[in-house]
Write a protein of this length. Structure first.
Length: 289
């Protein structure tokens, strides 16, 4: 993490006026310098400051994106490179991903020919070299407060997390970066591919074949205590909204009808990868949130 932003987090957390009003601290353990804050409005203030400082530091063409998680991990690793693929050769995995894209593009459906296809597939439950991120703080908070469980291969349930903390990571990149590719899926993909639109979905990935961890582009982090204070209520804060059913999300329906899961399974077999290492389309079932 860039030292400038570590200092920014430390200075922000040590402001005497703020510390008198909210539970605000700077923590530097678990290999993750961060601001700890229990007040959502102050986190919004911090997010604004991070964005403005990133523009000053990296230039006016900088984009700051966010990722919410219920657990802190040492790295920032896209799904394709996690278990059970964490020991596989990254070049082999990327070749399998490229083959997966090509096979799907043979389906006679124009929206599946739009790039970047793997980034779209990542939002539907497949494991790719793209990392899901958002440009909306409260969407990041929602993902930082909800746990997801897969049932069988393609069913998914979600519930308000039982973890003690939520985590929000700020990732910065220049628009014309030679290191990272990034895409606003709302602009890149068809409105009928509804899931990334409801989620304010962006995706980022490394341009370097040898790099499978995006942690070096994390410029700041916030940890907050899980509780009612961080609940986003109503239908617009429900999993049913963020993960629309196949009757509403036509692309989810097509992925299921065209047996894209079967295509994934055949690619896994061809490349000698473990079963479900490319993921499967996930549809919300028996929702609890």
């Amino acid at each position: 993490m860039v030292e400038k932003f570590v200092r920014l987090m430390r200075d922000f957390a040590n402001r005497k006026g703020l510390k008198k009003k909210v539970n605000l601290r700077f923590l530097d353990d678990l290999d993750r310098p961060r601001v700890y804050c229990d007040e959502p409005a102050i986190v919004a203030r911090f997010a604004s400051q991070i964005r403005q400082e990133a523009l000053l530091y990296f230039g006016n063409c900088t984009k700051v994106l966010m990722r919410g998680q219920t657990r802190n991990h040492a790295g920032m690793v896209p799904g394709l490179f996690r278990l059970p693929n964490d020991t596989a050769n990254s070049k082999l995995l990327l070749k399998a991903e490229a083959r997966f894209e090509r096979e799907i593009q043979k389906i006679k459906l124009g929206r599946l020919k739009r790039p970047p296809l793997a980034a779209l597939l990542q939002h539907y439950g497949y494991y790719t070299s793209w990392l899901d991120v958002v440009d909306n703080l409260w969407i990041a908070v929602w993902f930082a407060t909800h746990t997801f469980d897969r049932h069988a291969l393609s069913g998914m349930t979600t519930s308000f997390t039982r973890e003690r903390s939520g985590w929000i990571y700020f990732i910065a990149t220049e628009v014309n970066s030679r290191e990272l590719s990034f895409a606003d899926l709302r602009a890149a993909h068809h409105p009928l591919s509804l899931r990334p639109h409801t989620q304010h979905g962006w995706s980022v990935r490394s341009r370097r074949v040898s790099v499978s961890d995006l942690n070096e582009w994390v410029i700041a982090c916030v940890e907050f205590p899980i509780g009612d204070h961080w609940t986003i209520d109503g239908y617009l804060g429900s999993a049913d909204f963020f993960f629309p059913r196949a009757e509403i999300d036509d692309t989810l329906r097509r992925l299921i009808d065209k047996d894209v899961d079967g295509i994934a399974a055949s690619i896994e077999q061809e490349f000698g990868l473990p079963t479900a290492s490319l993921g499967r389309a996930t549809a919300l079932v028996n929702n609890r949130a």
